[in-house]
Design a binder for this molecule. Structure first.
Ligand code: PRP
Ligand code: ZN
Length: 285
């Protein structure tokens, strides 16, 4: 039986979360993570640890069947691969930044300036679209120091927390694209590999849904139940169980993480008491 080969970043912003995702999907590995490739004990996958910059090409050539990496890299490398799923982690943006003491009049600032970046394709497309003639200095790492050492006037780089820009005396002036971790796949996967991918995606979605939702339990008097049910739609509809105390019920439901605080206030106003909110480990819709 063949295995699905998954490429993940060896070290960097995505590597920890990529490994965590595999673990949360119940995929276990025997050898340590210092190796270049490892086979799972309980799921037909092999994991290859690579530089994120190389993953699009390897997936196109089917050295790996799928890869986990940032959309930024996928667009920059522009290889013939499918984007299969957005994963919701490693959120960042690709931005233009200039020395903090300079005022920014708008995109015209960049005319005839030199911009250092590891994203020459995305940046030149962006400048072309906005009819800006600028010089692009391609460098593979530590882009943020380029203005300080006189190599460039500005940078185009990944910003996540913003601390790299801050410590290098730069300020962000334009966002070119927003990015998060995605799964990319080779376009000609065999049927067998496609099936493994389908069950892998099923697990990923269960983990993702679980993270985006909370299990909620609360007590309420009978009169408050219609109102509470309209606030808490749940997966189908809330579970309602009678309490020992007459006229009182316990309601169980699922609430979206991002709506959580609004819902809690609405529930209290509607008469809910003893509200418990519990994390969900896996959620299959
Ligand atoms: C990016 C970027 C900065 C850092 C920004 O590197 O080049 O160094 O992240 O993060 P911050 O805003 O939180 O300080 P990345 O991790 O993508 O590494 P790579 O380009 O070497 O792959
Ligand atoms: Zn990299």
């Amino acid at each position: 039986m063949s295995e699905l080969k998954i490429a993940i970043q060896k070290s960097g912003r995505l590597s920890e979360n990529s490994k965590k995702l595999l673990e949360e999907c119940g995929i276990k590995f025997s050898n340590g993570i210092s190796v270049l490739k490892t086979t799972a004990q309980n799921f037909p996958v092999e994991v290859l640890f690579l530089r994120d910059d190389d993953i699009p090409q390897y997936v196109e050539q089917q050295v790996a069947d799928i890869g986990i990496l940032g959309e930024n890299m996928v667009y920059e490398k522009n290889k013939d691969v499918n984007i299969i799923e957005q994963l919701g982690f490693a959120q960042c943006r690709l931005s233009l930044a200039i020395p903090k003491e300079e005022t920014y009049p708008g995109l015209g600032y960049f005319i005839n300036k030199k911009v250092a970046t590891s994203y020459p394709k995305i940046l030149s497309d962006f400048f072309k679209k906005n009819k800006i003639t600028a010089e692009i200095e391609e460098i593979s790492g530590s882009v943020e120091i380029a203005p300080g050492i006189g190599l460039a006037d500005a940078v185009c780089d990944i910003v996540s927390s913003g601390s790299t820009l801050l410590t290098n005396g730069l300020h962000e002036v334009e966002t070119i694209l927003k990015s998060q971790a995605v799964i990319i796949g080779n376009k000609n996967l065999s049927r067998e590999k496609q099936e493994i991918l389908t069950s892998f995606l099923f697990r990923i979605r269960a983990v993702k849904n679980a993270k985006e939702n909370k299990y909620i339990l609360l007590n309420a008097p009978e009169s408050a139940i219609p109102k509470i049910c309209s606030i808490l739609p749940g997966m189908k509809s809330p579970t309602i169980l009678p309490l020992v105390e007459k006229g009182w019920y316990s309601l169980h439901s699922v609430v979206k993480e991002d709506e959580f605080w609004i819902r809690i206030n609405q529930l209290k106003e509607a008469g809910a008491e003893g509200i418990l909110v519990i994390p969900i480990e896996k959620m299959i819709l």
